[in-house]
Design a protein around this ligand. Structure first.
Ligand SMILES: [Zn+2]
Length: 81
């Protein structure tokens, strides 16, 4: 009985972990629609190239703030060499 109970607890725990890891359905902060997607583009900031993306709603004109992901770390290493 004890083993079965422990197994059940572990099962509950892993289910909870999966729920935490899984992203909750994102909604548009403006109209509440679930038709929220990401809109991305290549960009350059302060001479650093990267990828910028933002939330874009398919139901209204909402566009979120851009997040920037630089990808030029390799070039910086080349300068030090
Ligand atoms: Zn919207």
């Amino acid at each position: 009985m004890l083993i079965a109970a422990t197994g059940h607890t572990l099962e509950m725990f892993s289910t909870a972990m999966i729920k935490i890891k899984r992203q909750p359905p994102r909604r548009c902060p403006k109209c509440g629609s679930y038709r929220l997607s990401t809109d991305g583009d290549i960009a350059e900031r302060n001479g650093i190239r990267g990828w910028q993306q933002r939330d874009a709603c398919g139901a209204c004109s909402y566009r979120g703030e851009y997040s920037f992901f630089p990808w030029d770390e390799k070039d910086e290493l080349d300068l030090e060499a």
